[in-house]
Write a protein of this length. Structure first.
Length: 318
């Protein structure tokens, strides 16, 4: 008797083998000799590979961690932080997490849609995201890791200098403005809270009962406005939608300093991931994938400089 396993042609045999190996090592599945019947690709993520895997008729979301991610991601911290988010109903339920590799199996959220930037053109989702942000930022739980975009950016810059990597032309002005933002935020620090730090649109799931935010590998204590700024960038929010996001988050009218903090964190977000992208190339990743990605981030950060928005935001802290 033969068992048929369906999988998409784009999935390599190497990954099919790794998925079988991972599932067979998990006690929940090993003890009952569970059978995989279907493997599908899930969207999102530059560094990891994500799959929808059907096991004994039940669907799961399985992540194979990207090569080299253990070098710059704190997997034991992710395990702790992600479990807190599952406990409060923000993250999908975690079935298995291997803190030595970063491989993970979660319950797949059935009958859900994975969001994309166009979904956030609907203010309904802008408001839902603000409510979820507020829920976990004020949950009273502490993550065991800190995500400091100022420190991380400086670390990435230093690593690139050590590796003598080429960078985008005209970065001196961006570095100058980065220093000004750092001075403003250091002078008036925000209270740190549990943050996701990478809330891509594709990390949001809607099953019409709950609004989930998944994939907590960059989670850490941070300025809450970094999450809101990151979502604004990823979802291409308009100025009006940014203010709606802030009003829904704070539960009322907002002041200019709150707006200024959001703008400065948008700038920090793009600067951080610009350096991160070039560092990926320095560690052997694809130039064709990461150089354009970083350049897009770089150009967007520069737009805030050139149109005066960043200077107005910094001025709200003086």
């Amino acid at each position: 008797m033969f068992q048929n396993v369906e999988y998409e042609p784009s999935i390599s045999l190497n990954h099919v083998g790794r998925i079988f190996e991972l599932v067979s090592s998990i006690p929940l599945f090993k003890e009952k000799n569970a059978k995989i019947t279907r493997i599908e690709v899930l969207p999102g993520g530059l560094t990891n590979s994500n799959y929808k895997v059907t096991i004994d008729g039940v669907t799961y979301a399985l992540r194979l961690a990207g090569d080299g991610t253990m070098e710059y991601l704190d997997r034991p911290a992710e395990k702790h932080n992600a479990q807190i988010m599952s406990d409060i109903g923000v993250n999908a339920p975690i079935i298995y997490y291997d803190e030595t590799t970063g491989n993970q199996v979660c319950k797949y959220i059935d009958d859900s849609i994975t969001l994309h930037p166009e979904h956030f053109a609907d203010n309904h989702y802008v408001k839902l995201a603000a409510q979820v942000f507020r829920k976990y930022h004020t949950c009273g739980k502490d993550f065991i890791s800190e995500f400091n975009p100022l420190r991380e950016t400086r670390n990435y810059r230093q690593l690139l200098k050590q590796k003598n990597m080429p960078f985008y032309e005209g970065a001196e002005l961006m570095e100058q403005k980065f220093d000004e933002v750092e001075e403003a935020l250091t002078k008036h620090p925000s209270t740190l809270a549990p943050c996701h730090n990478d809330p891509l649109c594709e990390n949001w799931l809607d099953d019409k009962k709950n609004f989930y935010l998944i994939d907590w590998e960059y989670g850490g204590m941070n300025d809450p406005m970094f999450d809101l700024g990151a979502l604004s960038i990823e979802a291409n929010l308009t100025d009006e939608q940014e203010r709606l996001l802030l009003k829904e988050y704070y539960g009322g009218d907002l002041n200019e300093r709150q707006w200024g903090c959001l703008i400065m964190n948008k700038f920090l977000c793009d600067v951080l991931w610009t350096y991160w992208a070039v560092l990926q190339i320095a560690t052997g990743k694809s130039y064709d994938d990461y150089w354009p990605y970083g350049l897009n981030r770089y150009n967007r950060a520069y737009k805030l400089i050139h149109d005066g928005t960043l200077d107005k935001a910094i001025a709200t802290y003086k």
